[in-house]
Design a protein around this ligand. Sequence first.
Ligand code: LLP
Length: 419
Amino acid sequence: MFEARNGVLHIEDVDFREIVRATGTPVYVTSRMLLEENIQTYRTHFGWARLLYAVKANNNLALMRIFARAGFGADVFSAGELYLALLAGFDRNYVLFNGNSKSDEEIEFGVRTGVRFSVDSIDELYTISEIASSLGRTVRIAFRVNPDISPETHPKIATGLRTSKFGIPSEEIFEAYRLALELPAVEPVGVHCHIGSQITDTSPFVEELEKMFEIAKRLEEMGVSLEFLDMGGGFGIDYEGDGRAEVGRFASALRPIYERGVAELKSRPELWIEPGRSLVANTTVLITKVNSVKRAYKNFVAVDAGFNLLLRPAMYDAYHRVAVANKFGLEGEEVYTVVGPICESGDVLAKDRKLPRVEKGDYIVVFDAGAYGFAMSSQYNGRPRCAEVLVDGSSFRVIREKEGFGDLISKQVIPEDLL
Ligand code: LLP
């Protein structure tokens, strides 16, 4: 879907320069065809499970609507994400409200919408029970269990370690369910877990699901009837290769565990998964313009997007493939480091990459930017956020307008005495 035609990057059938003419740079560009392809891949391999889209990866409403229409549920991590998910049209029966630190206001909002909750602590359980009782509602909940699993990934995105802030330790989880059975207005119907993100090995997921079934068995003995086991997201993609996730490999590792496990349970819970990255990362590129090329101790290519728009390299030392969009497919000639416009030396998008000769006015394309790209952007250094575009065949639409200076001041107030 990202092809070179006469040395120029095309997204589906659109010449990237047409998009740049319409929106300027930087700009995030998504291929609808790739998105639909990813959805189809999940349907093919995980047709036996329920799919929830992890909204945190990319909360653009147009993309969310495609997932909602395809029958996905949604994993949301804040009242704001819940609001967006409902607006996008996700079926609220399959929206799971996650979060390790929900405010009372967020809980009240969630209870009113009727979605299910993943409960991260006993404190939260009491709060939900109180708020739901006062509103005359019953909330279906799962507890998030901390499974004490150490997957191979960046430490900042491993979430199921004993020492991580998420979930209730497995030793204490039964006490939590016992309490939930006693309290009014909460009905425990599921178990939730998430071990981390960008995990490419299948074995930590297998270990996780096995642990979840052990827990589920004991829960049934306690009288909990389970509707779902949600094992979270985290399937990693190939950032160094084609940006795809080997969804089939994860599915075939997990299916036998699920089938064996569920056969031993009376309530036959569904398996829920919450992928984010593996659905959206490879669908989207960030196109950024070269402001200057500097030959110093290193060859620096300074572009107009930095960690304000794509935080992953600075935050996790993440690798994203880059290329020169207007010399696409040409042989690499020189080694360059692509840096952004932010006032910190950590603002490096790509280190030591062999690229065709780069000059001022060229365009750099950063691949696999659809997950945790725009979603983690900021206005740091007084930079308005850029536009987002959705390509569909030979046409494209702006799906988020770029910000202007007005957006930098829209919520600021100068007190009278400072005027
Ligand atoms: N479910 C829960 C409860 C999660 O916390 C997450 C991600 C997901 C699902 C989706 O995981 P995925 O399939 O996308 O791996 N900003 C980081 C990633 C943070 C992931 C946090 N949780 C990055 O750019 O690598």
